[in-house]
Design a binder for this molecule. Structure first.
Ligand SMILES: [Zn+2]
Length: 169
């Protein structure tokens, strides 16, 4: 369904042909590591990010004991972008991570999935997916309502600061 360099346009993956709903599009391959090792790498990554280095998130949860570090360039799936309204979903199938079409995808469409980030550190991951339902930050669908509530709270606080008199009366 998706192979070779022809599908890669900049930082994203595009469907080279029509992809029917339910198709295994691409495997997310990488080094299988323990949770403890994943934690160490994640801490290193965050330290690098604080220094201003461009440190991508490549660690993918496999199961309760292991994760997969997909930073290797042979992992083409790492180029697939996040979307708040994605056309693929990640699925663990017999111990391997697959990105599977969650609807019919037309040729030329950009492929995307929900990175499923936790709410923690949300400010570090602004989202530019451009979908109608974009939450503004990359946070997993299940946590997005919490993010929206947080953002609404921030806006309220801001307007109080900008118009202090409106609240006094
Ligand atoms: Zn978005």
């Amino acid at each position: 369904m998706l192979a070779g360099d022809s599908v890669i346009h900049g930082r994203g993956l595009y469907a080279r042909c029509e992809i029917p709903d339910g198709t295994k599009v691409i495997e997310y391959v990488g080094e299988k590591i323990t949770k403890a090792e994943a934690l160490r790498r994640e801490e290193r990554r965050r330290a690098a990010q604080k220094r201003g280095d461009d440190a991508g998130v490549w660690i993918f949860e496999l199961n309760a004991r292991h994760d997969v570090d997909g930073r290797s360039s042979r992992n083409t799936a790492r180029l697939m972008n996040h979307s708040c309204q994605p056309n693929c979903r990640a699925e663990i199938i017999r111990g391997r991570i697959w990105l599977v079409a969650k609807r019919d995808i037309a040729a030329g469409e950009e492929l995307s999935f929900d990175y499923g980030y936790a709410l923690e550190h949300w400010e570090l991951h602004p989202c530019r997916c451009g979908s109608a339902r974009c939450a503004g930050y990359i946070v997993g669908a299940a946590q997005r309502w919490r993010l929206r509530r947080k953002l609404r709270g921030q806006r309220r606080t801001q307007s109080k600061i900008e118009n202090p008199k409106s609240k006094i009366r």
